[in-house]
Design a protein around this ligand. Structure first.
Ligand SMILES: [Zn+2]
Length: 206
């Protein structure tokens, strides 16, 4: 069976972890746009150099370039039984550019905003080694990491920044989901619960 799955969900929905679990279970690769860009940059190709220059200037990769990368990735033989695309397309213009393949399932992991904030709000990063931890695991800002560095909260992990990103997700991604709903391929899954519980729900709708 073909599994061309788009996995959608706000930050903190556990989407990345579910994509990996699903990849193992179904035997199809999982990737997101960020990963495709990093891989292309790592090859040192002309496209990779161009993408690197764009990112170095703090600019976003264009929808056309992103679509081209995705198109090439979907031509690799490991996608013959499908793929899991993590968090793409995230807005209508990316949706429009993604006109060269048809997903079989769009799985939306729904999670209330409070829950996203709770999960993301506690994230701490070690200023020395970059390791990620959580206040839910008993550490706090200023504590020492095992490497000797200090745990800090990045600006990105502060509530205002998280709220802003959640709003962007809600505004930009909802119209994409509406478009896929016209094809009857959208499945909404409750993202509240343990990773295993949510994974069970996802398996139940594919
Ligand atoms: Zn550390």
């Amino acid at each position: 069976m073909l599994h061309k799955i788009l996995l959608m969900g706000p930050q903190g929905s556990g989407k990345g972890t579910q994509a990996e679990k699903l990849s193992t279970k179904l035997g199809v690769p999982a990737f997101g746009m960020g990963q495709l860009i990093r891989e292309e940059v790592a090859t040192g190709s002309e496209t990779g150099k161009k993408l690197e220059a764009i990112s170095n200037q703090g600019l976003l990769v264009s929808d056309e370039d992103a679509a081209r990368l995705l198109k090439l990735r979907l031509q690799k033989p490991d996608t013959q039984n499908g793929y899991i695309l993590d968090g793409y397309p995230r807005n209508l213009s990316q949706f429009m550019a993604f006109d060269f393949d048809t997903p079989t399932h769009v799985i939306v992991i729904d999670i209330p905003r409070d829950e996203s904030l709770k999960r993301l709000g506690g994230r701490l990063t070690c200023s020395a080694c970059g390791k990620v931890g959580s206040v839910h695991n008993g550490i706090k800002v200023g504590d020492s990491c095992s490497c000797g560095g200090k745990w800090t909260q990045r600006d990105d992990d502060k509530p205002e920044a998280i709220n802003r990103r959640l709003e962007i997700y809600e505004n930009d991604t909802a119209p994409v989901i509406t478009e896929y709903e016209k094809n009857g391929i959208v499945r909404r899954v409750d993202g509240v619960g343990s990773l295993e519980e949510v994974f069970g729900r996802i398996i139940g709708v594919i």
